[in-house]
Design a protein around this ligand. Structure first.
Ligand SMILES: Nc1ncnc2c1ncn2[C@@H]1O[C@H](COP(=O)(O)OP(=O)(O)O)[C@@H](O)[C@H]1O
Ligand SMILES: [Mg+2]
Length: 520
């Protein structure tokens, strides 16, 4: 097979065609060569019979001698005392001096027979060349028999040429030397199949593989161990980091709480300060008002009495009568203002009783009923029938509601609606009202609310701030004193209540009076 492949390659190189004649044995080839029937023998061992008769080109095929067996015999030495087959007439032969002691060399007819004998265990090994071994093992599909070692000898094959054709020999030699390593390898690979598998199954290879596997395993184990310790370290670090994070978070939370507390107390402080300033202001205004009122009240009553007396005397003079009437009205108006001032500056003593705000509102509405009718104002009551009572000075609270109702009435020149409501609720954090009073309830605190709303024009944001100040009024002289709401505020403050105001949508004003709901 290999020799034929080389011939085919040479034909291609030389551009000629060889005619092939098959001759079964060495003797026939020798005779054909001598008779001139053939010119070339394709492969001849260097030590064959033909060597003397023909000219040999440089050997172009070298095949190692191998040991074929079921068990590992790496070299001839390992075959000591064993039965080893060698095919009669095989080109590769073991030299007598290379045979180790006690080895029995058994001649067999052909390779197939030898492989069968090994398979049955009748002989231990076969020595032959690698190409032959590989070809037959492959062909017979042997799995338990393989090439296990080398004999240490090689089979060298060369082309033999008729002795009387020296130029043919030269041409063949040249063509042979032009064959590349690649081409040689390709041919060998085609005919020597078991090279790889034999390597795979050789003991040293197995040992090498095993040690590699052990090393890899050791490496893997150490990586695993390392990985584990690393994981533990990471877990520990994560845990401590988490702890740190939590502590930090807690600290941050505490800081935030402290900050919120600080803001709260700051607000309280500011509120207290405002209250203090307001109280001081009110006190001085109140003292002034009381002084003025006291000083003016007596002259006014003198004037009042004097007017009464003079009026009796001039009853027959109509013009004088009219003048006196105007003077009487003026004195009365002055008296109203003075009474307001006295209200404003009155000592803050309350006579507390448990009372229901619904009743107080009803009484207040009764007091202003004439004005309501006169101005064509409708009243809507939304009074909570289960409103709990509060501890209060009924008369003073009545004064509060009369003030609020009068303001609402005066704000609605062309009629409108007053809604008087009472209800229970809790103080919301976000609300659209303006807190007027000094007292403020905490968010969430339950409160009782009385609300007086009108459908008048409402007030400007600027007025919203000032309307509770004493003497602030937008009404013409004689109609408003600007004391109503400041008196209201004082009275509600005395009751520990709060006042909130807001403009209504689409129009009107709402004033809410709140007291703590102590029901629960
Ligand atoms: N219901 C209301 N609608 C519109 N404005 C109001 C209302 N209540 C009070 N005001 C405004 O607040 C001012 C102060 O009121 P108040 O203290 O009662 O004094 P007065 O009624 O004597 O003017 C009023 O002049 C008015 O401008
Ligand atoms: Mg008023």
């Amino acid at each position: 097979g290999m020799a034929a492949d080389y011939i085919a390659l040479l034909e291609k190189r030389l551009g000629i065609h060889f005619r092939t004649i098959r001759l079964s044995n060495e003797a026939a080839r020798k005779q054909a060569l001598a008779s001139g029937r053939i010119d070339i023998v394709t492969a001849v061992t260097t030590d064959s019979l033909l060597a003397g008769e023909a000219q040999l080109a440089r050997p172009h095929i070298t095949i190692p001698g191998v040991i074929v067996a079921k068990s590992d015999y790496r070299n001839l030495h390992a075959l000591q005392g064993l039965r080893v087959a060698q095919v009669i007439d095989a080109p590769l032969r073991i030299k007598a001096d290379a045979i180790p002691g006690n080895m029995v060399l058994i001649p067999v007819q052909d390779v197939t027979t030898a492989l069968e004998l090994i398979s049955e265990g009748q002989i231990d090994a076969l020595v032959t060349d690698m190409a032959t071994a590989s070809y037959y093992i492959h062909r017979e599909g042997m799995t338990d028999i393989r090439i296990v070692g080398k004999t240490g000898t090689n089979l060298s094959l060369a082309i033999a040429v008729r002795p009387d054709r020296p130029r043919l020999l030269a041409v063949m030699g040249k063509a042979l030397s032009s064959i590349t390593r690649d081409e040689q390898d390709r041919i060998s690979r085609q005919w020597i199949h078991l090279k790889e598998s034999s390597l795979l199954s050789s003991r040293s290879f197995l040992v090498a593989m095993l040690s590699v596997a052990v090393v890899v395993l050791l490496g893997l184990v150490s990586i695993l161990v390392w990985n584990r310790t690393l994981k533990q370290q990471v877990a520990q670090r994560t845990q401590s980091l988490n702890l740190e994070l939590r502590l930090r978070h807690e600290a941050e939370q505490e800081l935030q709480n402290a900050h919120a507390d600080l803001i709260k107390s700051h607000q309280k402080l500011k509120q207290a300060q405002m209250q203090l300033i307001h109280a001081a202001k009110m006190e001085s205004v109140g003292r002034l008002a009381a002084g003025v009122a006291h000083e003016v009240k007596n002259p006014l009553s003198v004037m009042h009495l004097g007017l009464d007396y003079v009026g009796g005397e001039v009853c027959n003079k109509p013009v004088l009568m009219e003048v006196l009437d105007d003077m009487g009205k003026a004195v009365k108006r002055a008296d109203t203002v003075i009474n307001g001032l006295l209200d404003f500056s009155r000592e803050s003593q309350l006579s507390l009783k448990n009372a229901c705000m619904n009743d107080i509102i009803e009484n207040s509405l009764h007091l202003v009923r004439h004005e309501l009718v006169q101005r064509n104002i409708e009243v809507i009551r939304r009074l909570d029938p289960e409103l709990p009572g509060i501890s209060c000075d009924e008369n003073r609270l009545q004064q509060v509601f009369v003030n609020l109702l009068m303001n609402a009435i005066q704000a609605m020149k062309n009629g409108g609606t007053i809604t008087a409501s009472t209800y229970r609720t809790v103080v919301r954090a976000q609300r659209d009202t303006q807190v007027v009073s000094g007292i403020r309830f905490e968010t969430g605190q339950p409160v009782i609310v009385a609300e007086i709303s009108d459908t008048g024009p409402g007030v400007t944001p600027d007025a919203l701030e000032k309307m509770f100040d004493p003497f602030y009024t937008t009404k013409p002289v004689g109609e408003g004193t600007g004391l109503g709401l400041s008196v209201t505020r004082n009275l509600v403050d005395l009751h520990q209540g709060a006042i909130e105001v807001k403009n209504r949508v689409p129009q009107g004003l709402s004033v809410m009076i709140m007291f703590e709901n102590k029901e629960n």
